[in-house]
Design a protein around this ligand. Sequence first.
Ligand SMILES: Cc1cc2nc3c(=O)[nH]c(=O)nc-3n(C[C@H](O)[C@H](O)[C@H](O)COP(=O)(O)OP(=O)(O)OC[C@H]3O[C@@H](n4cnc5c(N)ncnc54)[C@H](O)[C@@H]3O)c2cc1C
Length: 408
Amino acid sequence: MSTRTVLISGGSIAGLSAAYWLSQAGWTVTVLERAEAFRDGGQNIDVRGLGREVLAKMGLEDQVRAQTTTEEGTAFVDDKGRTVGAFPVPGTDGLTAELEILRGDLARLILEALPPEVSIRFGDWIEHVHNQEESVEVDLHSGQKETYDLLIIAEGVRSRTRDSVFAGGVSRRELGLNIAYGTIERTAEDDRWWRWYTAPDRRQVSLRPDNQGTIRAMLAFTSKDRNFASLPPDQARAELRRVFEGAGWQTQRVVDGFATSQDVYFDYLTQILMTRWSTGRTCVMGDAAWCVTPIGGGGSSLALIGGYVLASFLSQAPPQESGTRQSGDLQPYLEQYEQWMRPLIDKAQQLPPGVPNLVYPKTRIGVGTIRTLIRIASLGPVRKVASRFNPVAKKQQELPEIRLVQRV
Ligand SMILES: Cc1cc2nc3c(=O)[nH]c(=O)nc-3n(C[C@H](O)[C@H](O)[C@H](O)COP(=O)(O)OP(=O)(O)OC[C@H]3O[C@@H](n4cnc5c(N)ncnc54)[C@H](O)[C@@H]3O)c2cc1C
């Protein structure tokens, strides 16, 4: 018998989750990450529902709990900073989840938990994929040619390998929302709440605590024809300053902070929709397959779950005879992975009516209406009902069983 081999392209949450579980299932795993070193960055993300269960199975739940961002809840504020409606953490899996962690911290925890057999290579990437019936051959940028039983593409929303392998099978749903994230200095008036402010002209500002003594800030605005993520970063910052002029509350502090912040990151929110997630010996997962965007929410939980579910079905594949590779023998397991994940993804990609346009009002009257609705939603009984709308937080399916191997 020989162990099956897999190349995972992309070393973030989805790729590392798949690497962890496939290695535990006895596969020989190689991870290829395009960046020169492990990517530590990113803002606050949440882990909910089945994502938490996957973390617990990895034995990482307590470590994540020890590194949470310490956020106590979400408060919507007016231009004077007065709370309009508050959603505290205990008792609801609302906007702030019980497990909130910086993206880089979560990715590092999984990286450090990988079995020693997993090989990770940085600074290299796939140039061409030759997808065959019984194996997949890749030409790497470094000049090497390698052959594997399976290629998993986990390269995030802008994956190039996905676009070339699944050409014609990928569509994008642009949500018309620009978001700039960045880290700014903490001041004495910052607390442990996620404070969220809506300004007229379709603008929002938010400030979140972290566990590193800084504040994670966000500036967001809707526009169907302006995509700041496609601009050179300096130009995007200058335009952002113009767009947020006069927005009120702490906007000026954030704009000034972003002028010197080292990690400002622009996103033009885009969902990825694919007709299928596997072809031959290649499959796709995480944001590369189904990006739900931060508005859909739960992208990191879905990445964790996807790695586990893919590995659990592949772990049911019969062992391979030494020196033989059979065509099509992984296809049924890849299809089961897709059937299991699809309902969860379809729900996460369905945005509530009016999102994002109605929650980014143009006029002061619209802002007033939103604040009234938030006030009502923050009342105890309504808050409990509202928290049930997050599809990733709900556990509608049981995780499939995974066959693990004992290593000697
Ligand atoms: C540095 C960073 C910061 C982020 N910050 C935030 C944030 O603040 N808020 C938020 O909501 N989400 C953020 N995200 C996205 C978030 O991690 C994902 O939405 C979610 O966790 C799903 O993860 P993923 O592994 O599918 O994709 P991603 O996290 O996007 O990871 C994709 C990985 O693939 C690598 N890659 C890309 N192309 C190639 C290639 N051709 N070959 C090999 N490797 C490749 C990338 O370098 C990256 O490490 C960030 C992602 C990264 C990488």
